[in-house]
Design a protein around this ligand. Structure first.
Ligand code: SF4
Length: 400
């Protein structure tokens, strides 16, 4: 029986909040950004770490007996924290969930800056981080500026080089596409530079205008226009072509990896494996148990004050909890599997739910097969076709 666990740790602090960001984040005056570390920041950091440890103690029982396969420090900008702070969390998580024989993947999201570069050796040696996800977004300064990012392209280059020097051999680079004034030529230059650097993993995300962000409001007011659909679709195609030719495999719709470097933690979400999410706004995938045969989703409060008040008072659950129905679980099993290169294993689905996927979803599957958006990949396995990958949102929405 599957008994592994991934732990997501959300750090909601950033040096500046980007105008398109819809994550649970807040701007802080962190060290190295606007002068030296202030007493306030140190106190904020320490109190937040204590809160994470308290939440871990409160929630560990739900996941007891599981062996740790990954920790993901995301945000926000978790690299604003001191290595010793990250080490405290890692040690507590590993004590609660001792890893199995395989070394757990421990990822840290890093934003390019001088502060982070100086801390890289400490992140590796002291905090035990073995994978970095670097928020490059683009190597074009005009685009970074328009996106409101706090870093320039040279900061990214220096951070990637410093990461290699510090001994990190598992690097992921985030790139944005279909963003503002980005042209196909600008995307091409970003891909060229990323490939030339040779990270083990590349994630490519389309810029999304979420309604509650400044960019979302600008779109609603007509101050921005959405990126032309055709332009973004051809960028998706070009990214796949360029990265696959460079030796990466598109193992999930937005993720490319060299063989053996697929993200262990992120795969858990697509495989619907348990994840304990700690911190402000963190989401969890709780395992099945009494009264929730298909597990549950849990979302922590997005406001730091509400989350801290709960964990410091030792009160649980806080936030929203949603047990999954059989119908929800079947829908998720289909659309999450279709996001991945392996696709949907019909026999595995039937084993879990007692019915073949064609029973609840026959009309949708037949239609997409007929339209060439889905295809059979070996017996009993459905995958998105090339055109299906370009229209993935439309296909996946049909299963929800
Ligand atoms: S750095 Fe990342 S998490 Fe922070 S505000 Fe910008 S997009 Fe959001």
């Amino acid at each position: 029986m599957e008994s592994s666990l991934g732990v997501y740790v959300h750090i909601p602090f950033c040096a500046r909040v980007c105008p398109y960001c819809d994550f649970a984040v807040e701007a802080v005056e962190a060290p190295g950004r606007r002068g030296a570390a202030s007493g306030d920041w140190r106190e904020t950091e320490d109190r937040y770490i204590e809160g994470l440890l308290a939440e871990l103690a409160l929630r560990a029982a739900t996941f007891s007996g599981r062996s740790l396969s990954s920790i993901y420090f995301g945000g926000g900008t978790p690299s604003l924290l001191r290595p010793e702070s990250l080490a405290r969390i890692r040690e507590a998580v590993m004590a609660a969930f001792p890893p199995g024989p395989a070394r757990p993947e421990i990822t840290l999201e890093v934003n390019p800056s001088t502060l982070e570069r100086e801390r890289l050796p400490g992140f590796r040696a002291e905090a035990g981080i073995n994978r970095l996800s670097v928020g490059v977004q683009s190597f074009d300064d005009s685009l970074l500026k328009a996106l409101g990012r706090a870093h320039g392209a040279d900061e990214s280059r220096r951070t990637l080089e410093a990461a290699r020097r510090a001994g990190f051999d598992d690097l992921s680079v985030d790139l944005l596409f279909a963003a503002l004034h980005q042209t196909p030529e600008m995307l091409e230059a970003d891909l060229d530079e990323a490939v030339a650097f040779g990270p083990e993993h590349i994630s490519s995300y389309e810029l999304v205008f979420e309604a509650r962000t400044p960019f979302g409001r600008a779109l609603a007011d007509g101050r921005f226009s959405p990126y032309p659909e055709e332009g973004s679709a051809s960028m998706v195609e070009r990214i796949e072509e360029r990265l696959v030719n460079a030796g990466y495999r598109r193992y999930e719709l937005t993720n490319y990896a060299r063989p053996g470097h697929e993200a262990v933690h992120n795969r858990r979400y697509w495989q619907r494996l348990p994840v304990l999410g700690l911190g402000v706004g963190a989401h969890s995938t709780d395992p099945s148990g009494p009264g929730r045969a298909y597990g549950a989703r849990h979302g922590n409060p997005r406001a730091r004050g509400a989350w801290l008040a709960g964990v410091e008072a030792g009160v649980w659950p806080i936030g929203e909890e949603e047990p999954l129905s059989r119908e929800d679980a079947m829908a998720e099993a289909c659309f999450l599997a279709l996001r991945c290169a392996e696709g949907l294993d019909e026999a595995g689905f039937a084993e879990e739910f007692g019915v073949a996927p064609r029973e609840p979803f026959g009309p949708a599957i037949d239609r997409f097969l007929g339209e060439g958006l889905l295809e059979e990949s070996g017996p009993g396995r459905l995958i998105l076709s090339r055109r299906g990958r370009m229209l993935a949102d439309t296909v996946c929405a049909e299963f929800v």
